[in-house]
Design a protein around this ligand. Structure first.
Ligand code: FA5
Length: 347
């Protein structure tokens, strides 16, 4: 009686194991058949009442059934694990033969791009490109440019003073002094005009707003030769602007005071952000100060070791950062050094 009950239980359990479609369904079969309160345990408990001979036979059959069912359960469990693994492999498939995405190409900062364009333009016209230190002597930044210690023009440029009469240069004009000393005598003696530009970073203790930074870029230009006139100066400045804007831009020339030029001018450009009516960049005036300039003051030539009776020159100090703003219609100077990649990736 117990024998046939065991046989049909075993057959039935085998069929259910084979039919289980999920690990949960399989576990339910295991608990029902092999669990502590399961069907086999119940048969095992009923064996107590059997005579010893029969007990032995049933005990053996019970063990065999248990072993077979455990093996069947394990095999089915393994098949679930294999299926899960292969599903995972399908889901996480990766083609290791695909080419790598590569490094995203960077680009030059718009200031660098325009600086390089101007360097190319001026070297094509025979100019030297000079560099000067950002930490400059008080003498080169002011005195040699005809701005002695007690001169009110020092107040025009709010200066970061360092120790021992050094300053963070407030403009690129000290490179005029360095350029004259380094190149002037040799070139001029051989009848070659001194033509130079000096792009670079300058510093002022400024209140920062849409058109003013404490750290910005200028490009100094200078020519010294015999018979240099304002017409030469205007030629170079017009060539510069046409080269950068690739079209005629509206400019105005008005008197400007700088102790190192005489006469001095301010060349303003009509604001290309608003087109004239006024905006925060042009301080509602419609014009942007871009290119102060003038004929080199004789005192500066003298301090540069050149004879003002023989030589004359012009100089200009382009606001390079503002030029970049005008070319790309950048409406706030702070974007340029803000380091925001969303801004920089546009160039
Ligand atoms: C000068 O710095 C003179 N050295 C220029 C010069 C050179 C005159 C040679 C004559 C002969 P100024 O302080 O105006 O001048 O500055 C020159 C240009 O720099 C300005 O026209 C403007 O375009 C730019 N600039 C001045 N201050 C700032 C600032 N805080 N932020 C951005 N650009 C500025």
């Amino acid at each position: 009686m117990l024998e046939s009950q065991l046989e049909s239980l075993s057959r039935d359990a085998q069929a259910r194991i084979a039919a289980a479609l999920t690990p949960d369904a399989l576990e339910a079969v295991r608990v029902e058949v092999l669990g502590r309160k399961g069907a086999l345990a119940e048969i095992s408990r009923g064996m107590g009442k059997l005579p010893p001979d029969e007990k032995k036979v049933i005990g053996k059959l019970l063990n065999e059934a248990k072993t077979q069912l455990e093996a069947a359960l394990e095999a089915r469990q393994n098949s679930f694990a294999a299926a899960a693994l292969s599903a995972r492999l399908d889901a996480e498939w990766l083609d290791v033969t695909l080419p790598a995405p590569g490094v995203r190409p960077g680009s030059l900062h718009p200031l660098t791009q325009i600086q390089q364009e101007l360097e190319d333009l001026f070297t094509s016209m025979g100019a030297a490109v000079l560099d000067g230190p950002e930490v400059e002597t008080e003498y080169n930044n002011f005195d040699a440019l005809n701005i002695p210690a007690d001169h009110p023009a020092r107040d025009m440029q709010d200066t970061f003073w360092l120790e021992d009469n050094y300053v963070l240069r407030t403009h690129t004009s000290p490179v005029q002094v360095r350029g004259m000393a380094k190149l002037g005598p040799e070139l001029l003696e051989h009848g070659t005009p001194l033509l130079m530009i000096a792009p670079g970073r300058v510093f002022r203790n400024e209140e920062v707003d849409p058109s003013h930074e404490h750290t910005f870029y200028q490009l100094e230009g200078m020519m010294v030769d015999k018979n240099v006139s304002i017409a030469h100066m205007l030629f170079f400045m017009k060539t510069l602007l046409t080269h950068i804007f690739k079209r005629e831009v509206t400019v105005r020339l008005r008197p400007g005071y700088f102790p190192f030029v005489e006469p001095g001018f301010e060349l303003d450009i009509q604001c290309l952000i608003c087109g004239g009516p006024g905006c925060p960049v042009c301080k509602q005036s419609g014009w942007v100060e871009l290119l102060p300039c003038g004929l080199v003051n004789p005192n500066v030539l003298r301090m540069g070791g050149l004879d003002p009776e023989v030589y004359g020159g012009f100089a200009f100090g382009l606001g390079l950062t503002r030029l970049v703003m005008m070319r790309y219609a950048i409406d706030d100077i702070r974007h340029l050094q803000g380091g925001d990649l969303r801004f920089l990736r546009q160039f």
